[in-house]
Design a protein around this ligand. Sequence first.
Ligand SMILES: [Zn+2]
Length: 233
Amino acid sequence: MWLKLPGLSRSEDRFETWIAQRHQEHVLAEREISAGPCPDESFLKSLATKSRRIQLSDPRVNHAANCHVCMTRLMELRRETHSRRRRLVLTVAVASCLLVAVVFVMLGRRRARTQNQMAEVAAIPQTVNLWNAGTFRGDQPSRLKTVLLPAALVKLTIILPRYSGAGRYDVAVTRDQAGQDILAHASSMAIGSGDREQVSVYLDLRKSRPGSYFLSTTHEQDQASYYYSLQIR
Ligand SMILES: [Zn+2]
């Protein structure tokens, strides 16, 4: 029968299955009838689902294994159990995929919300007025304005130098004047009031050590970077 014996290897298992199939075919083909009445439906169901409650010594097992009526019903019950299990597995798999997707979406939203909250709550507002600042372009030094910023999450508002154009600006903190070794950078659209343009960005300087750095602004169309001497406290 299908009741699986413990400790069988895979090849022994296959052999067992083969024997069981031959036996089933024989019982069905010969339309064998066992002695005694056929066991009830609930017993056959338990047998079909290999319930551990069934003892192999139970005479009803021997009957069912050798009766073509019981065998036919057992095979139907096995098929029903199999398709029910397949549906259950499929349902669980689909539900798991949906759950994973929902968790990912929720985590993504929470992370975005946390980042926004962190930016809003923890950022230290700093304003840097570069309206009259001397800048240098690339490696052309000139009179520099030194900007002071804390080693913190900073909401930096830069009042851009006179004659600065509208548009998007990339703001970066770098270790050198060549714009290499970027510590933090962000970009934002400049907001104009009169002929004055200003740009606000969040810069995460929490991991930077106090010392000398450079603050650069790069206009998206111009692509030329202007550097200012920066001290992080
Ligand atoms: Zn029977």
